[in-house]
Ligand binder design. Structure first.
Ligand code: ATP
Length: 384
């Protein structure tokens, strides 16, 4: 277990030939607690792998420091950092057996034979490589993708490193195997309690595995928080829309005073669909007044909307463009003037009602407000 501090860590790739220079990671400070499972998530090219490789010592650092348990490791060779890395492509030696693949690094370090056998067998036991079939003498080509990934994990485990780094380790597996391996890695983390940093572009992996998530975009850290914090209180529009399936609904429009309450009206679009309108009750926080003069940006999760024959504040009508039933629940895609957006209801929906206008309820206290220019969450503005 180790505590890790990245302070002002950044990476700029220099220009080469006709390719201009590129800031892959902007200076960032990040503290990772001993034993924490931290997930770096973001779209392709946002700098996750570069950040991970700098920690591993595989990528030169442009600025800042990396401290492991208070010791500066910038300039320290990768194999002296006490870090093990698990990649997407397993990187197993094809001509070696599972046992040899797992023990190779230990032998190079001169670990005594008996100790090597005991560590390999213990890791193999934990990872299910001994039962129902003993796979230790098999070659990588005689294994399934999931089994190969287990061997790659085992090879990292036997080193008993202070820190595990994972770079999209499950991307090569099919959907079912990904779910199984996800659980496997979480169990492993609980069992050995090591500090783990895990890179993925899959927000479901991030939400299900992390103690804390770091959301990145274009080399910048957008938000650091627990899965719940990130989901319920995204720092900006990007995070709200990156995390969640369907993503957070973001509607742009204006807010006007209406009687004793307020009304949001979505900006009119070109398609002739009715704009989304929502009345807020009277007695709201004064803070909403600051939005009267500017474009208002509303955000809410798909499950905040309920199919309900209601009347009054929070009720609205919308055209149901498409419904996707997925067994226990349905996602309805509503079309309003600007866009199509999602609503999740906890039951099967009669698809013959597609193309109709239905009534919904959205509790105004579930709304978030974002700055129309910067996209940042306006934390002090609430509709309640
Ligand atoms: P992915 O999920 O696709 O692996 P990522 O978030 O891990 O992406 P990085 O591989 O860290 O992203 O790359 C970050 C940025 O740096 C990208 O724009 C990439 O094109 C750029 N980049 C990566 N390696 C180099 C390099 N050697 N020279 C120049 N630019 C690079």
């Amino acid at each position: 277990m180790a505590r890790l501090i990245l302070d002002g860590l950044s990476k700029t790739y220099p220009p080469s030939g006709k390719t201009p220079g590129k800031v892959a990671v902007h200076p960032a400070r990040l503290e990772i607690q001993a034993g924490e499972f931290l997930v770096l998530v973001g779209p392709s090219g946002c700098g996750k792998t570069t950040l991970l490789r700098m920690i591993a010592g595989l990528e030169e650092v442009s600025s800042g420091s990396i401290q492991i348990d208070g010791r500066e490791v910038r300039g320290v060779e990768p194999h002296e950092r006490d870090i093990a890395m698990v990649f997407q492509n397993y990187a197993l030696y094809p001509h070696m057996s599972v046992f040899e693949n797992m023990s190779f690094g230990l032998k190079l370090r001169g670990v005594p034979k008996e100790e090597v056998r005991s560590r390999v067998e213990s890791a193999a036991q934990t990872l299910g490589l001994l039962q129902p079939d003993n796979l230790l003498e098999r070659k990588p080509k005689q294994l399934s993708g999931g089994q190969r990934q287990r061997v790659a994990l085992g090879r990292a485990m036997v080193r008993q490193p202070k820190i595990f780094l994972f770079d999209e380790p499950l991307s090569n597996l099919d959907a079912k195997m990904r779910v199984e391996m996800r659980a496997e890695i979480c169990r492993l983390h609980r069992k050995i309690g090591a500090t783990m940093i895990y890179v993925t572009h899959d927000q479901v992996e991030a939400m299900t595995m992390a103690d804390r998530i770091v959301v990145m975009n274009q080399g910048q850290i957008q938000q650091v928080g627990t899965p719940q914090e990130i989901y319920q209180k995204p720092a900006n529009v990007f995070v709200g829309q990156f995390i969640g399936t369907p993503p957070m609904n973001i509607l742009r429009g204006s807010i006007q005073q209406k009687g004793r309450g307020w009304e949001f009206q979505e900006t009119t679009g070109a398609e002739g669909m009715s704009p989304f309108r929502l009345n807020f009750p009277a007695g709201l926080q004064k803070s909403l007044e600051s939005l009267l003069v500017q474009e208002a940006v509303l955000g809410f999760r798909p499950e905040a909307v309920h199919l309900e024959e209601c009347a009054g504040d929070g009720c609205f009508d919308a055209f149901v463009d498409l419904a996707e039933n997925s067994g226990a629940e349905s996602t309805l895609y509503l079309r309003t003037s600007q866009q199509r957006w999602g609503v999740r209801i906890p039951r099967i929906w009669d698809k013959s009602r597609e193309g109709q206008t239905c009534r919904f309820y959205l509790n105004p206290s579930d709304l978030l407000f974002f700055d129309s220019k910067t996209g940042k969450l306006l934390e002090k503005i609430q509709a309640r």
